[in-house]
Design a protein around this ligand. Structure first.
Ligand code: SF4
Length: 401
């Protein structure tokens, strides 16, 4: 009651609030095709699954951006935060520190005519420098930190038996919001590790600021991601480690998040010819990363990285070569499962991408009593993982139901 009058396009589009940090709606461009609504309701199972009594008539959005990705008319769009970055670059007092998530470098070139999947890391780095970035770091360094934290926690859960099992991944902010909204009783199963971007931003604002002699109040951290949910994640009030460390009220770990699509539009507006740029290299302090970091961009990547590290932590030996790449958790299926022998104990793991798949999978394993048989479950909100994030170029892959 009250819902349809307040959100008059309820039958046609996703009812998002005006202050949504990730996506916004331009009514004048809407052709009522309902693709955004179907992405939210059917593919992601968010719309129609929440109770208005519980939310006080406020639409629930987990900020995955799949509505914006589905909209062919530019009516449902990511919130454009490039003006904030431009203002920071134009301010001579500010030091702008970019970091780039793994899935951006294999998608940005598509916006400039290249085939999907073209690896353009070097040109992406040069583009960010051409736009005025002072430093460009690789989020893969943050992904390595996430894996060290998440894996240590997993081994602790396995060996002590004192914590909730199975452990769920926590690096996808839309999945975390989905779990908090619909499966709050399972919050103890979420890993306590922050996402790679947040770990890296904190490292930049604390360790790098100190090492490079940069006043943290003057540093502006900008993440370039495939993900609209990161725009909401960086606003979470508990993510303020730098403020605590430096004793500066209001200092944020992460200042701005822009998506692959925003970066491409900005480059085009500046007439920067992406295809003729030289190949740049990341700044060195936080630029080196393992191969485990880069596979975070695809579904199963977090799981594979975690299993490699967990095997080493648990057995004291590197994972046997025949397990790498760990094929059972690769590929684009919505749900993948595997059992791996950890020197005498069996770990049963699952990899789930797409929130609709997550809901069906969780409901199933709770109903059939197999929930307790799992050791570790990776959940990513977007089908196929971050490569199909809400801020990526709008080239459709088949939806997995
Ligand atoms: Fe963002 Fe990746 Fe999660 Fe999609 S799967 S919401 S792109 S972190």
């Amino acid at each position: 009651e009250g819902f349809e009058s307040k959100y008059k396009f309820y039958d046609k589009r996703v009812p998002i609030a005006d202050d949504n940090p990730a996506v916004h709606f331009d009514e004048t461009k809407c052709k009522n095709c309902t693709l955004c609504r179907r992405a939210c309701e059917t593919t992601q199972t968010v719309l129609d699954y929440y109770s208005l009594e519980r939310t006080g008539d406020v639409p629930v959005c987990v900020h995955c951006g799949q509505c914006a990705n589905a909209c062919p008319f530019g009516a449902m769009m990511e919130v454009d935060d490039t003006n904030l970055v431009k203002a920071a670059i134009a301010d001579p007092d500010k030091v702008v520190v970019f970091q780039t998530a793994p899935a951006v470098r294999v998608a940005i070139a598509e916006e400039f005519g290249a085939e999907a999947g073209t690896f353009a890391q070097g040109k992406m780095i040069s583009a960010l420098r051409a736009l005025g970035g002072d430093y460009v770091f690789d989020t893969n360094f943050g992904a390595d930190m996430t894996i060290m934290e998440e894996t240590s926690e997993l081994v602790r859960r396995i060996t002590t038996g004192n914590f909730a099992m199975p452990q769920f991944t926590s690096c996808c902010p839309a999945w975390v919001e989905f779990a908090e909204t619909f499966y709050a009783e399972y919050i103890p199963h979420l890993s306590s590790a922050k996402s790679p971007i947040l770990m890296q931003n904190t490292t930049e604002k604390i360790w790098f600021a100190e090492k490079a002699g940069i006043d943290p109040k003057k540093m502006v951290t900008v993440c370039v991601t495939p993900c609209t949910a990161k725009k909401a994640e960086i606003k979470r009030k508990e993510l303020n480690a730098a403020a605590e460390y430096w004793h500066i009220d209001g200092l944020k770990d992460s200042d701005i998040c822009i998506t692959t699509r925003e970066l491409a539009r900005w480059l085009k507006a500046e007439n920067i010819d992406f295809n003729t740029l030289d190949d740049g290299i990341f700044d060195s302090h936080l630029g080196e990363a393992s191969g485990g970091g880069i596979i975070f961009g695809s579904t199963g990547g977090v799981m594979e990285s975690a299993l490699r590290s967990a095997y080493y932590f648990y057995t004291g030996k590197p994972m046997p070569a025949e397990y790498i790449p760990y094929e059972p958790v690769r590929g684009l299926d919505g749900v993948k499962e595997a059992t791996i022998d950890f020197s005498g104990i069996s770990l049963h793991v699952a990899v789930v991408s797409g929130l609709g798949n997550a809901r069906r999978f969780l409901d199933k394993i709770m109903a059939d009593g197999t929930f307790k048989d799992y050791t570790f479950i990776e959940f990513m909100a977007c089908q196929g993982g971050c490569i199909n994030g809400g801020g990526q170029p709008k080239v459709k892959m088949p939806l997995v139901q």
